[in-house]
Design a protein around this ligand. Structure first.
Ligand code: PLP
Length: 279
């Protein structure tokens, strides 16, 4: 692996030299949260929204860390390579405690790690296949927690069935993808499940809703039953690293015509312009 520069606890150092303790609570318990922030043309995209979600995640796990936007920007800026599309992974754990104990330690310094990676363009021409799976994760999916084992197992199951993503179903309704939010076009209306504890409040999701509203595309935040999903004319999966991925096969059957849909083409153009600051 390329020995790029990363940030760890106040220092910039080569990736191979970045080490954390085996007693870090992120390693022992998954006791931490993270963010993934894309950067286009050297600018962090939707930075304030990502930092607001980071602060919400930190507050939810009661990890006190009061960095302002400027401090976070100052940490991330030296990692960006000018001109390239890339994203920053920002990981914060509760830190290293002397004793292994589930309960929070009284005094501990959080571990803060940041690393930049290039965005590899995703090939959308024919869309991707998705499989519906039972949403077996926990009840606090609105926290962007490093504890991702549920998501990992579901994504792996999807890959092993030849699909790019799992679409998760809870009590008969779609929640989100294993690492993405979901949109469906049903009767010409773009629908995405509302923000609850069952989904991660995706930043890409918000951008798409706002772009739809500003461009007279009918959009609604509403529940999507599995039956409605199966009849949708389009299904998309959205995330910061993959943007808007059209799903053209669901559980082995074509979605709508089985081709990438017309609403996706419209939204894709709007999103590309927006992210490059052209709209
Ligand atoms: C479970 C889950 N839902 C939704 C998303 C999309 O969020 P965002 O658009 O902020 O990347 C992600 C991103 O990784 C995710 O892991």
């Amino acid at each position: 692996m390329q020995d790029k520069k990363v940030y760890l606890n106040g220092e910039y150092l080569p990736l191979s030299a970045a080490k954390i303790s085996v007693l870090d609570r992120g390693f022992l318990f998954g006791d931490g949260v993270y963010e993934v922030i894309p950067a286009y043309l050297g600018q962090l995209f939707c930075l304030e929204a990502h930092l607001e979600r980071l602060n919400n995640s930190l507050a939810e796990i009661r990890l006190e860390l009061s960095y302002d936007s400027q401090q976070w920007s100052d940490i991330m800026a030296p990692l960006l390579i000018e001109g390239d599309a890339q994203y920053i992974y920002l990981q914060v754990t509760r830190g290293v405690a002397a004793k292994r104990d589930h309960a929070f330690p009284e005094t501990v310094e959080p571990t803060i790690f940041a690393m930049c990676s290039p965005i590899v363009p995703f090939e959308y021409k024919d869309g991707v296949s998705a499989v519906t799976l039972d949403d077996t994760r926990w009840q606090l999916c609105h926290i962007k927690a490093t504890t991702l084992l549920g998501n990992v197992l579901l994504r792996q199951q999807a890959i092993e069935t030849g699909c790019a993503e799992a679409i998760l179903i809870k009590e008969g309704y779609a929640t989100e993808g294993a690492a993405s939010n979901i949109f469906a076009v049903i009767d010409d209306v773009l629908i995405t499940p509302p923000k609850t504890h069952e989904i991660l409040p995706g930043i890409t999701r918000d951008v798409i809703i706002n772009l739809a509203k500003a461009n007279q595309i009918a959009v609604q935040e509403d529940i999507i039953s599995l039956e409605a999903l199966q009849l949708a004319s389009e299904i998309w999966l959205t995330s910061s690293t993959r943007e808007i991925v059209p799903v053209t096969t669901l559980d082995g059957r074509p979605v709508g015509s089985g081709q990438v849909g017309s609403v996706w083409h419209v939204m894709q153009a709007l999103f590309q312009d927006y992210k490059l600051g052209l709209s």
